[in-house]
Design a protein around this ligand. Structure first.
Ligand SMILES: [Zn+2]
Ligand SMILES: [Zn+2]
Length: 312
């Protein structure tokens, strides 16, 4: 079961209009992975879009996607403000888009955004679902998981006969940790290790209460997720994709920071790459130490030890 991170930004995009910080300047000049649009995910197996950030229309065009189902995590604008894309999708297909919504989220979403208009105009057909209760789309069981917050915020778990995935892009610290194992979990990024942060974060800063630290996040998801992908990457953190890659590498290659267009299936591709690299290194050792079997065995053992933690 693949998932495509359409947008990997946090509450504000990178670059941000008018911002001349190092990161926004880089994103404006070079684009590439430094460019981040609002947080959203596409699940091909269920043809389901999760969240409609401001750039939702652009995101779907970039991948020529036309999903007929949308679900929402919570009512903040970085997750909803582009919901008029529903109108475009409905106009193209000639039928209303299915909107899947945990019931407690409905009043707030309807109050802040033109849901009623979209429904009245025949662009949107709402399906209100119970938190914690799975519903099924194309054989994928989808469960909205409620965060422990006063405000309604939901994560989504996806299950097929052979795979499990989780999307918890925001407020992840308030999500009771669901039982693993998940093949992948795409979750809100933690606070990067302090020595990697490009600024001082005072010990009394509010962020320490609302975010996991990097180590806490690894501890929370180790054994729960085979592949951990951090998304909702904040412009205000000011770190380049390469700097974030270096942070992820500290944990090993089960961890990555998302970028726009990141596919969770990249995990299996990189597993194949790792195997190829392993075989090449094995051949190199065998050739280099053919005259010294004892040394060859020692070098091969070292190689296997290095490979072991990455192979699961
Ligand atoms: Zn957000
Ligand atoms: Zn900036």
């Amino acid at each position: 079961m693949r998932a495509l991170v359409l947008g990997s930004a946090g509450s504000q995009p990178t670059p941000k209009a008018g911002c001349n910080c190092r990161l926004c300047t880089l994103a404006r000049e070079e684009g590439g992975r430094a460019l981040r649009t609002g947080p959203s995910l596409y699940l091909p197996a269920a043809e389901l879009l999760i969240d409609t950030p401001e750039e939702a229309n652009l995101q779907l065009n970039r991948y020529a996607l036309a999903p007929q189902r949308v679900a929402w995590t919570h009512a903040h604008p970085d997750h909803v403000a582009g919901l008029r894309v529903v109108q475009f999708l409905a106009q193209s297909s000639g039928r209303p888009v299915e909107g899947w919504l945990p019931r407690p989220l409905y009043p707030l979403l309807a109050e802040r955004y033109p849901l009623a208009h979209l429904v009245d105009a025949g662009y949107l057909e709402l399906h209100l679902v119970a938190p914690g209760r799975p519903f099924e789309l194309d054989g994928v069981r989808i469960t909205p998981l409620a965060h422990e917050l006063e405000e309604p915020v939901f994560a989504y778990a996806f299950e097929t006969a052979s795979a499990r995935g989780l999307y918890a892009p925001d407020h992840v610290r308030s999500l009771p940790l669901p039982e693993g194992p998940f093949d992948w979990a795409v979750v809100q990024m933690p606070i990067p290790p302090l020595d990697a942060l490009p600024f001082e974060l005072p010990p009394d800063h509010e962020a320490w209460r609302s975010f996991y630290t990097f180590d806490e996040a690894l501890e929370a998801w180790r054994g729960r997720a085979r592949r951990l992908v951090f998304t909702h990457v904040y412009e205000s953190v000011g770190m380049t994709p390469e700097e974030l890659d270096a942070v992820a590498a500290r944990a090993g290659d089960w961890v990555a920071f998302a970028y726009d267009g990141f596919e969770t299936a990249a995990a299996s591709a990189s597993a194949a790459d790792r195997l190829a690299a392993f075989r090449a290194e094995q051949a190199r050792i065998e050739a280099a130490y053919g005259h010294d079997p004892k040394r060859m065995r020692a070098e091969l053992r070292k190689l296997w030890m290095r490979q072991k933690p990455e192979s699961d």
